[in-house]
Design a protein around this ligand. Sequence first.
Ligand SMILES: Nc1ncnc2c1ncn2[C@@H]1O[C@H](COP(=O)(O)OP(=O)(O)OP(=O)(O)O)[C@@H](O)[C@H]1O
Ligand SMILES: [Mg+2]
Length: 478
Amino acid sequence: MSDIDKISTGLEGLDEILEGGLIPRKAYLVQGGPGSGKSTLGFHFLRQAIDNDENALCVTMVESQESLRQNAANFDIDLSEVVTLDLSPSDDVSENAGQYNVFSSSEVEQGPIMEAVTEAIDEHSPSRVLLDSFTMLRLLNQDPYQMRKLTLSLVRYITKRGATLMMTSESLSQNSDDDAAFWVDGIIKLDNSSEWRNVSVTKFRGSNFSGGKHAFRITGDGLTIFPRLEPNNYSRKFEDGQLSSGIKGVDKLLNGGIEKGTTSLIVGPTGVGKTNLGIQFLKEAASRNERSAVYSFEESKELIMRRSEMINTPISNMVEKGNLKIMPVEPLSYSPDEFAKIVRKDVEENDTRIVMIDAMGGYHMAVRGDNTLERLHSLTVYLQNMGVTTLLLNETKNVTGHFTTTNMNASYLADNIIFLRYLEVNGHMQKAIGVLKKRLSDFEKSIREYQITSEGVKVGKKLENMRGILSGYPEIGT
Ligand SMILES: Nc1ncnc2c1ncn2[C@@H]1O[C@H](COP(=O)(O)OP(=O)(O)OP(=O)(O)O)[C@@H](O)[C@H]1O
Ligand SMILES: [Mg+2]
């Protein structure tokens, strides 16, 4: 199937979803509500023809040629070389007399439209045709039989002459396009009614495609599409080995360290030192020139750096050398697909070996959308397949009291679980660290003192005579 010669839609992300692009000389429908980005997608499609040194034809039925070019120019898409057939209703009929504008009255017959289109096709032999919009054509032609006859002959004519046809349709439901949905070769749906704009392919005759919803964004550069991450499409060979924390006590608990390419959950209440513990692993890696990235959903880069310096973990050097990237992520800033794309870039282009997500609660806030936990799971599986070591930090709700690994039931994501706790021992507040789970090796079942001092993170003696630490009501004695 991959042998089919496909053509680019003009949008990298969409080509990826369509497993290479559109099959040429076929008809495609772009469906979506008002302002969902249909025309803009069409602009990218047309522009690709110009970039390929081919001709392109735009049949515009809603906007005038002028406003269409202007709209495209707003997205930095130059359509001046695209042949435009302006069938939009004009305010001054005489002005357009003799031109392509055929709607001088509300009565529209198929003759003039068909004639105008075939004439333009014959004259310019475009490789791509955009009809914006199919809905307008339908509105102008209420007779279903006539409409079908007109569109089918249009489609046949256009595709037989070697062009690929894209038509925009405003319908929100399949209903109003019911017959068109049958005879077009592909349907691309744009949706701007949910949290993030998303695109989905619901039909693509003759080819496979990536199903489901994929986020996209409209910016001054037009559409950018972020295909949903399919973690099992990725793999990379990597060297086994352990990642040490550089702190004896922590490494002891972990039976040497964290295995590379695994996912570890660091859980604990607010302020107990999760970020600081995570940074220790990154610092160790940086000393071997391995690159890490921290996606900080809670603190600024400056704050993380300053706090690390304060506990004798200088990281500004690592940041300067490029061994550590700290990227603050604002709430509500990305869709899960877009965030995954950022991480992918760091991994695939910048050779990032360790990823730290600080913290999961913030991820859920920042990366809003459906099933964020599922998306985070895909991301961790992807990272695993790429041999990247992942640290997921997760805040437990209760500072003391009953111990739950995660608020979001996310422990299944993790190969390793390290927990941090506050304890009250003899009237003093103390911190403790322990390991709850380790998939690839044995681990120390004890709980140790955990201290953050101006000299660094320290892990002290085993808290041997404590019990009930996990339940949150520690007592001395056996
Ligand atoms: N510079 C920009 N940055 C971000 N979004 C933009 C920008 N310019 C336009 N938009 C958005 O692009 C969308 C318009 O896209 P487009 O005209 O392609 O939609 P459409 O589906 O063709 O709409 P219509 O139903 O009106 O034909 C709007 O939602 C608008 O808010
Ligand atoms: Mg439009």
